[in-house]
Design a protein around this ligand. Structure first.
Ligand code: B12
Length: 458
């Protein structure tokens, strides 16, 4: 089959992010012998025009569209991306006989609603490799009876959609993303890094978070040797020396993170990297190993600043754990940034104040603050938000809805703004404080690689 894969993501904040998921899909389709092309709308001026031209040039039978982001998660500067993606779909509709399938993390959070919004028939929810392979076979054979046997597929049936059972398989362990179809050079130049995955899955139960839904609760680990082979390939092939490990949490299990570091050290690999980590599993030994293996900085999903708000977010760690994690990073010479989500369940004026004081005490390199908590279907936060009357039962959450604790509703923005202005290491995208697309573009043009928060004034 002739297949055009389109990455619909045009977001460049905090920096352009390479479409790694779509490169996984491309790899398996190519392996099955299909004619695959990948169009990345991130660097196109006219998305709809580029998509139509690519579909014609490639004489595509099927278009697979990756929807990574539905919105930018940023209150109050919320952006809803689906209208611009629908414009691309609508342009493509003029091509006779073209079939469509949607996928990607953003899509997977709202599959039926997004299909309805786009007026399309097929989507793959969550992990896409096996499901896309099977769907393409089915469509190629024109055998719709087999649709019901494809795990992760959602498809139109009458006025409704049928969502097949969802599975998380190990088959991705054998796949190398088709990086030859991505502009790695351009992402390195404009995004400052390339991305790589060392595992899938998240076993934690944060009350608002979608990661376990997207990747499964059970962690599936790649072989450290194979990961480092892929790193060596990236370095040799594209001359890239900065990587982001896109795992939900890099340091769980610690043993796997250590094996990867040891493998990098043993091979004398010279590459800088960053990752997401949990404070709870940041041991001194791991921090030292990470530093020796080229890790420049760690991004902690700390979320709250006091035990009560951390507990309300379901974090499973406390201030003490965070303080200790910061200390081992400091001692190992690893920069650390903490993501905070302020205004969530249990937030009061007092907890805000205590959070400011806590961050002042542990002094991380950067504090990245999100305001309010995006409410996603299937999370425990939905139940709480409905109970408290923040949303109505069954209300659509496709267009961004945020939970903000009633106790800080009137003061949150002002309080955070006035505090963060005085702290050079605080980044607040929702208030455009030390975060803007122009700034990040300028820094990239100046040759700054990697995360941008380590450029902040100390
Ligand atoms: C790592 C990460 C980041 C890193 C990326 C670093 C880097 N250099 O790559 C950083 C911190 C920069 C980041 C930023 C943002 N992120 Co982010 N990020 C993630 C995370 C944890 C992993 C993404 C990833 O690479 N996965 C690995 C690949 C292999 O998986 P995948 O893309 O999902 O692809 C699979 C399937 O989705 C499917 N698939 C994908 N495409 C297609 C297409 C077809 C046709 C098919 C059939 C299947 C298919 O198959 C693939 C293989 O199985 C996800 C959460 C998660 N667990 O998914 C959030 C996530 C994608 N991010 C999200 C958001 C919102 C953002 C930001 C907008 C937030 C912000 N304001 O900063 C920005 C946007 C950045 C940008 N330019 O687009 C949301 C998107 C949901 C939404 N609200 O729309 C997610 C889902 C987190 C969440 N809140 O739930 N992010």
């Amino acid at each position: 089959m002739r297949i055009l894969l389109i990455s619909a993501n045009r977001e460049r904040s905090p920096y352009p992010v390479a479409p790694l998921g779509l490169a996984y899909i491309a790899a398996v389709l190519k392996e099955d012998g299909h004619e695959v092309e990948l169009l990345d709308l991130c660097f196109e001026q006219d998305g709809a025009g580029a998509a139509l031209a690519a579909a014609k040039n490639h004489r595509a039978d099927l278009v697979g569209i990756s929807i990574r982001n539905v919105d930018n998660l940023t209150y109050p500067k919320s952006i809803f991306y689906l209208p611009q993606i629908k414009a691309v779909v609508d342009a493509l509709r003029s091509e006779p006989g073209l079939q469509f399938v949607l996928g990607g993390s953003g899509f997977s959070l709202f599959p039926a609603e997004t299909l309805g919004y786009m007026d399309l028939d097929y989507g793959i929810v969550g992990e896409g490799e096996d499901a896309m392979r099977n769907l393409v076979k089915c469509l190629g054979d024109k055998d719709n009876r087999r649709l019901s046997n494809i795990p992760n597929l959602i498809y139109a049936s009458g006025d409704d959609y049928i969502q097949n059972k969802r599975i998380f398989s190990n088959s991705f362990l054998r796949v190398r993303p088709a990086r030859d179809l991505i502009s790695c050079d351009r992402y390195f130049k404009e995004g400052g890094m390339v991305n790589l995955q060392t595992k899938r899955g998240c076993p934690f139960g944060c009350t608002y978070c979608t990661y376990p839904q997207l990747e499964g609760e059970k962690i599936r680990l790649r072989e450290p040797r194979e990961i480092v082979d892929e790193l060596e390939f990236i370095i040799d092939e594209y001359g890239i020396d900065y990587v982001f490990f896109v795992d939900d949490i890099f340091n769980v299990p610690q043993s796997h993170a250590m094996e990867i570091c040891n493998e990098m050290i043993d091979r004398g690999l010279v590459i800088n990297w960053t990752c997401f980590a949990t404070p709870k599993e940041m041991s001194r030994e791991l921090a030292v190993l990470m530093k020796s293996a080229g890790c420049v900085g760690v991004e902690f999903g700390t979320d709250g600043g006091v035990d009560a708000t951390m507990a309300a977010m379901g974090k499973g760690f406390t201030q003490l754990d965070v303080e200790r994690a910061q200390r081992v990073c400091d001692e190992a010479g690893l920069e650390a940034a903490h993501y905070l989500i302020l205004g969530g369940p249990g937030e009061t004026e007092e907890t805000l104040q205590a959070t400011y004081e806590f961050m002042e005490r542990i002094r991380p390199r950067a504090v990245i603050v999100m305001l309010g908590v995006r409410i996603y279907p299937g999370t425990r936060l939905v139940t709480r938000a409905a109970k408290e009357g923040v949303i109505k039962d069954g209300e659509s959450l496709l267009e961004p809805r945020f939970y903000i604790s009633k106790d800080v509703q009137d003061i949150l923005l002002e309080s955070v703004e006035s505090y963060a202005r005085t702290r050079p290491n605080w980044i607040v995208p929702g208030l455009e404080l030390r975060s803007s697309e122009e700034l990040s573009r300028t820094l990239r043009l100046m040759g700054q690689k990697g995360v941008l928060w380590d450029m902040l004034e100390k």
